[in-house]
Design a protein around this ligand. Sequence first.
Ligand SMILES: [Zn+2]
Ligand SMILES: [Zn+2]
Length: 431
Amino acid sequence: MPETPSQPVPPAPSAQPDETARSAQPAQPGFIPGPPGERIISTDRGLDHGLDKCPRCGSSDVAYSIPDRALVCGYCRNTWNEPVAEEAFNLGTPIEELQGSVLASASRDIADDATTMTIKCQGCGAEIVLKTDESLQARCHWCRQVLSVNHQIPNGAVPDAVLPFTLTREQGIAKIQEFVASRRGFANRAFLREFVPENVKGVYMPYMVVDGNLHAELRGTGEITTRRYTEQRRIGKDTTVTETFWDASVHEVGRSFDILVNDLATESSSRYSRGQEVVATNYVLDAIQPYDTAAAFAYNSNYLSGFTSERRDQNISDLDSDVEEKFLSIGREKVRPTIQQYTRGVRWEGEGVAVRGTRWVTMYVPVWLYSYYQRRGSGEAYVHYIAVNGRTGRTMGSVPVSHPRIFSVACAGATVAAALAAVVGWGSLFL
Ligand SMILES: [Zn+2]
Ligand SMILES: [Zn+2]
């Protein structure tokens, strides 16, 4: 059990890369020294890789049970959970006190992308090779005990926390059936013929969950209509036209305010954020948010047993411009109710977010994922996904559409851009 800090996070040293500031930082339990302005909270279990036994009987036959919402020992039926990560690691200190970057230790940069590792079995001494891209557990070939990756490894495969499934496989299948049934009229016949919802897979997707203590500034021009009137104008001998005029007062508008962002979840596997096909997948994964990330448990690989997991391969530096853009759009939303008086709208000419502090936690979130490989006329394969939030049942996906249907949709005036937006709504128009 890692140590947890017992006091609130003190202010980080100044952003200046100053050695004095760094060494002046008080040593705190649970903190690992990091670069100046960066504070790392250890969430590592501190166990050796290998057996991860039932605390009551010592069996390694442990798996997460969705109906029990707990880890269950297959031998003595003991049930338990790891502590809630936010509480165990003191990751819930007030956001307004965040200064600099606070990183839960598994969100540190990936130092090594090797995915094969060898674990020595404490049961029989055998050495077992494990592909951490696919699983964080393997059964010893010799003594049949389950071996687990029990502490953080530098390739991003082990998160700080796991949010386990609460929606059962059967409930996931029902959601996917419902989704497809409501799109049956549009769907491609081959897809409907080959639709086997039982092929759904339980997948843990890697997310970075970010809190932000921010200051935002927006500057621009707002206009208020003061008068609207029409005038008749003669253009030629017998023709007059009616012209409408508006008078407006023009104002400089500025907004300067603090924002506290709690648990912004960002997907952190490049497989789902690259290339055209995945534009759609990203929409799909975004659309089934949110997750109740505050309920996530401290990592234990037994939660992942029987599911697949996608390894995180993105670092904070790969995600932070995206996160900053999301912070800024949260800011624009927050300002909206304060600019209602500008009846002709506000044009923002300058905007920016100063980040005072952020806190990053890596987490696996549960998704029931159905995929369908469609062969296009050109012979290339295109993957469609239907995803179900493994906590809330929220469902989104892309279903291949039949040609005559697309034609009628296109005639109804859908542009390519609208079609792109619609891809997650009622089917794919990429054909
Ligand atoms: Zn047991
Ligand atoms: Zn063994």
